[in-house]
Design a protein around this ligand. Structure first.
Ligand SMILES: O=C(O)c1ccccc1N[C@@H]1O[C@H](COP(=O)(O)O)[C@@H](O)[C@H]1O
Length: 221
């Protein structure tokens, strides 16, 4: 089955259109002040309006308080909140109840035991996102463009439909899909020319590679 493809950290109408025209299943917008991809509520709402149902929309945020989640729900109206902080399973349930939005919980992975956290979240999160752990020296919990050892994921319950992120790009997505078999992949730095600068050419190259992978898997005459 074709994986979901989320292009994250979009901030311009041109790059958003590029992702939509190549049938991204999800498009993501970051609200985190320290991020080079940070968008305030109003510009984020403008981009979500452009999407107009052509893909699922995701706000990426970190430990949001109640006032912020209320603004997301009322002023941006995305389909999903991606929670990339230290939100507990209880807080996740509370955020879902307060907003009525679906929640994707990012869990940081660098070693096998990090996957133990999946059990606590899988019943409350609508999707688990397995991302690389923050590298030393970075002040961002995600969007660092680094990958982790995807062979660790072979130990996961095969029924877990998770998203994979962290340093995925056109050069390694075939290997990511082969080793990790995720239900979806999530890409940000891998389609940028510099942190926060998405590139239409790189977005197209990424989807070209996905098309190539799909054609290799297609039925042989
Ligand atoms: O992109 C950011 O700046 C960011 C900030 C705070 C939390 C998460 C963030 N990004 C998310 O991290 C993953 C992996 O990104 P990458 O492909 O390794 O650059 C992805 O979900 C981003 O949206």
């Amino acid at each position: 089955m074709k994986p979901d493809v989320k292009i994250c950290g979009l901030s311009t109408p041109e790059t958003l259109e590029a992702a939509l025209s190549r049938s991204a299943s999800h498009v993501g917008f970051v609200h985190f002040a320290r991020s080079p991809r940070h968008l305030d509520i109003e510009p984020m709402a403008d981009l979500v309006r452009i999407v107009a149902g052509r893909a699922e929309t995701v706000i990426v945020t970190v430990d949001p308080d109640d006032a912020l989640i209320a603004r997301f729900a009322e002023e941006v109206m995305p389909d999903w909140l991606q929670l990339h902080g230290r939100e507990t399973p209880e807080r996740l349930a509370e955020i879902k109840a307060k907003t009525g939005l679906r929640a994707m919980k990012a869990l940081p992975v660098s070693e096998a035991t990090d996957l133990d956290a999946v059990a606590a979240y899988r019943d409350v999160a609508d999707r688990i996102l397995l991302d690389s752990k923050r590298p030393k020296g970075s002040n961002l919990p995600g969007g660092n463009g680094v990958s982790f050892d995807w062979t660790l994921l072979t130990a996961l319950d095969p029924d877990l439909a998770y998203m994979l992120s962290g340093g995925i790009d056109a050069g390694n997505v075939a290997e990511a899909l082969r080793l990790a078999r995720p239900a979806g992949i999530d890409v940000s730095s891998g389609v940028e020319t510099a942190p926060g600068i998405k590139d239409v050419g790189r977005i197209n190259t990424f989807f070209d590679e996905l098309d190539r992978i799909a054609s290799e898997k297609g039925p042989k005459p």
